[in-house]
Design a protein around this ligand. Structure first.
Ligand SMILES: NC(=O)c1ccc[n+]([C@@H]2O[C@H](COP(=O)([O-])OP(=O)(O)OC[C@H]3O[C@@H](n4cnc5c(N)ncnc54)[C@H](OP(=O)(O)O)[C@@H]3O)[C@@H](O)[C@H]2O)c1
Length: 351
């Protein structure tokens, strides 16, 4: 059999457009898979990496986090997958720095522990919206002990249960998800509600129904001038235990509302996608942290939950994909679209 040719969208230096070029065909090490990619998705961190070179450890670089495709090669000690399986997976160039671990290529290496079989009835284009957002959601919800997100910034440790395949009784706990129509926020709503958590979301006025479709019990418009008061009232109405806020937007504007909500509810967790405000600016009894969305805490979810949950539609491929084009050459325009901003959608490039 002839050896297939790999190609990638390379970042040669920070701030420059991606360049299409040949790439070595990667091989699978122990515990790894090589995937022949059929679709990749774009995340905001990709834009930061391209702009500033942050997280790049080896130049030229191949980055990107989300892939869907077929297993091309199975590494030693991998039992859950075989050649030809349809999968989705989380590519971890972000932490490994190795070009072969970047999604923006025809072939990518992923850890088998960050992959799951994609049911036949779900397209690669739909499935590829899941991996990185799912990893972020589980990191936000289920870490038990604070770790290190970056120097001087801890990860949040909400210690909540993993999502369940079964209908679980309400845990009596309430979580506020700020940014309920974002990719990470909407996946966190899905994951938290599948663990029996009552979710109150904050989303754009045009996305209230979308956040409800993900499982939120109540949704408030992020532009509502009495937003904080309405969220506090909704948390009180539900009673039970207030866990805190997952802020999937993490800007000065959202932090101001987080602080007001946490003040009125006498503290709780503040889990953010970027570094949280300094503790001196936070009310008493607030435990703040920033997620870092590559963590082994997610392994049981990848292994036991993702495939059957996709099959039963308990896990929905949301936000829906918007296909920017077909071919690696479309990744650059997809990055530009992402920088311009999206609303309840995930930008996808088919290959
Ligand atoms: N630390 C980590 O490990 C990690 C991991 C993943 C992502 N992130 C970060 O998390 C952030 C979100 O990523 P993503 O992929 O989920 O983003 P995304 O899907 O591109 O976010 C777009 C959404 O943000 C919503 N939004 C914007 N401003 C808002 C506000 N003031 N209040 C509520 N919603 C608002 C928009 O809502 P409407 O259209 O409804 O207005 C839109 O649907 C990014 O900054 C990313 O870099 C961090």
């Amino acid at each position: 059999m002839s050896v297939p040719k790999n190609q990638a969208a390379w970042l040669v230096k920070a701030g420059s457009p991606l360049e299409l070029g040949d790439a070595p065909l990667p091989t699978a090490g122990p515990g790894e898979l090589v995937i022949r990619n059929a679709a990749i998705a774009i995340n905001p961190v990709d834009c930061h990496m391209q702009e500033s070179g942050v997280f790049v450890r080896q130049w030229p670089a191949i980055f990107g986090c989300d892939i869907a495709g077929e297993v091309y090669e199975v590494g030693k000690d991998v039992e859950r997958f075989k050649g030809g399986d349809r999968v989705i997976g989380h590519a971890i160039n972000l932490t490994s720095g190795r070009p072969q671990d970047g999604a923006f290529a025809l072939y990518t290496v992923i850890p088998a522990d960050k992959a799951a079989i994609l049911p036949d009835e779900i397209s690669f284009t739909d499935g590829v919206v899941v991996p990185f957002a799912l990893e972020a959601a589980v990191c936000a919800l289920s870490l038990k002990e604070p770790g290190v997100a970056m120097p001087g910034v801890a990860t949040p440790a909400l210690g909540l249960p993993y999502p369940s395949l079964h209908d679980v009784p309400s845990s009596g706990k309430t979580l506020v998800v700020y940014g309920g129509s974002s990719s990470v926020g909407s996946m966190t709503i899905q994951t938290a509600t599948a663990a029996g958590i009552h979710v109150i979301a904050i989303s754009g006025a045009h996305n209230l129904d979308f956040s409800k479709r993900c499982g939120a019990a109540r949704v408030f418009d992020h532009k509502d001038t009495s937003l904080a008061g309405k969220v506090v009232e909704a948390v009180r109405e539900n009673g039970g235990e207030f866990i805190g806020i997952f802020d999937a937007i993490a800007t000065p504007e959202t932090y101001a509302n987080d602080i007001t909500i946490l003040e009125q509810l006498h503290g709780g967790h503040l889990a953010c996608v970027h570094p949280p405000p300094p503790s001196t600016d936070l009310p008493a009894n607030v435990s703040a942290g920033m997620i870092f969305a590559v963590n082994d805490v997610v392994t049981p979810v990848w292994k036991d939950y993702v495939t059957p949950a996709l099959q039963s539609r308990k896990l929905q491929c949301l936000p829906p994909p918007f296909v920017v084009g077909k071919g690696l050459e479309h990744i650059q325009s997809a990055l530009e679209k992402s920088k311009a901003g999206v609303s309840a959608t995930k930008l996808v490039v088919e290959l």
